[in-house]
Design a protein around this ligand. Structure first.
Ligand code: HEC
Ligand code: HEC
Length: 299
């Protein structure tokens, strides 16, 4: 009797562990697919193909070359809409199709097949991506892509139906630790032309939505998909991020120090304070020990 109870408890525990693993593998593959879509070389740690992607030569409007031409997002857009989306004009324009429609109409297997050249032999990524990566990408396309036009007005780049106050709360708890309350703690560009969260949110809301949902390849930045955020949560954070200062605005308000020096300075101060305190304590301990030994007549 006792054995049966123990056995059932053990089975339930193992079963729950399996369920948790299965669930995290499931969501993990969607968000990993999103990271791969952004820049697969930073996820699978592959060598950069030295040449342009074979399909690149079939367009001439986007003049980038080399590694950029192998990124899914460069040909199909941050909004998965290709020529029908934000990359329908500007320096990223290629005229290539989007993937959002295919994601709605095709199965995961068919999407994976397209990544192995089934629809076009030049669209075969199997020499650089293994089956797991291709399955993650296909899963992301099927389950992770969204119609960005529902959330962003493409003419004004403003969010639709966002709750900025809620976004501010989420930003404070999930982003500020790394990016700073004003978004200026991490500079995505150089000192001469700093680029902060405020710049991406205002200038490229499509990219912002993708990065917040999938995370940033090659960094510990968390994925909104894995955190279980709803689209409303992500759009609310975008609305708040659009109120944060851009690099240009920060340069105007902080001409001398630059935006991100203060936190570094205070961190250094705290660290040196702790170090000094530690040293002081150690010296005190040595003194006390000496005194104790003196009193005991050992020295
Ligand atoms: C160099 C540009 C380029 C890159 C990089 C690229 N694609 Fe494509 N993709 C195309 C073109 C062009 C087509 C349409 C040609 C075709 O398949 O007949 C296409 C088609 C597709 C299709 C099929 C669409 C449909 O309507 O059937 C899917 C899915 C797709 N791409 C996903 C991806 C993913 C995921 C990546 C990243 C691993 C990627 N693509 C990288 C250019 C590119
Ligand atoms: C654990 C630290 C961390 C957290 C938390 C974090 N990020 Fe990031 N984020 C990074 C790093 C590191 C980068 C890459 C910086 C670089 O490429 O120079 C980044 C990049 C980005 C980018 C892309 C910039 C670009 O153009 O490449 C955006 C947008 C962004 N973060 C928004 C957010 C938002 C919004 C949140 C909260 C939901 C958040 N991040 C939470 C560390 C973090």
């Amino acid at each position: 009797m006792k054995n049966t109870i123990l056995l059932s408890i053990a089975l339930v525990v193992v079963g729950m562990m399996l369920l948790v693993t299965a669930a995290s593998a499931q969501t993990g593959s969607v968000s990993r697919g999103g990271l791969l879509y952004d820049n697969w070389r930073k996820v699978v740690d592959a060598e950069a193909p030295g040449n342009d992607h074979p399909l690149w030569a079939t367009q001439s409007t986007n003049t980038r070359s080399g590694a950029d031409t192998w990124r899914c997002k460069e040909c199909h857009g941050w909004d998965y809409l290709g020529k029908d989306g934000a990359y329908g004009s500007g320096s990223h324009m290629t005229g290539f199709v989007g993937v959002y429609e295919a994601a709605q109409t095709k199965s995961v297997d068919e999407l994976a097949a397209a990544l192995k050249g089934a629809t076009n032999p030049d669209h075969d990524f199997s020499s650089v991506l293994d089956d797991v990566a291709i399955a993650d990408l296909a899963t992301f396309l099927k389950e992770g892509t969204i119609d960005v036009r529902q959330y962003v007005d493409y003419d004004t780049k403003a969010t639709r139906n966002a709750n900025e106050n809620h976004g501010k709360e989420l930003y404070g708890s999930a982003c500020a630790a790394c990016h700073g309350a004003d978004g200026a703690q991490i500079n995505f560009n150089d000192d001469a032309e700093p680029e902060y969260i405020g710049d991406i949110a205002a200038g490229n809301p499509q990219e912002f939505l993708h990065k917040v949902r999938a995370g940033q390849p090659g960094t510990p930045m968390p994925s909104g998909i894995e955190l279980g955020w709803s689209m409303q949560d992500v759009v609310d954070v975008l609305a708040h991020a659009q109120t944060l200062p851009t690099g240009e605005e920060m340069a105007l308000t902080l001409p001398e120090t630059g935006g991100n020096r203060l936190p570094v300075t205070s961190l250094a101060l705290v660290l040196s304070g702790l170090l000094t305190m530690g040293l002081g304590l150690a010296m005190l301990a040595v003194q006390l020990q000496r005194r104790a030994r003196l009193w005991a007549g050992q020295d």
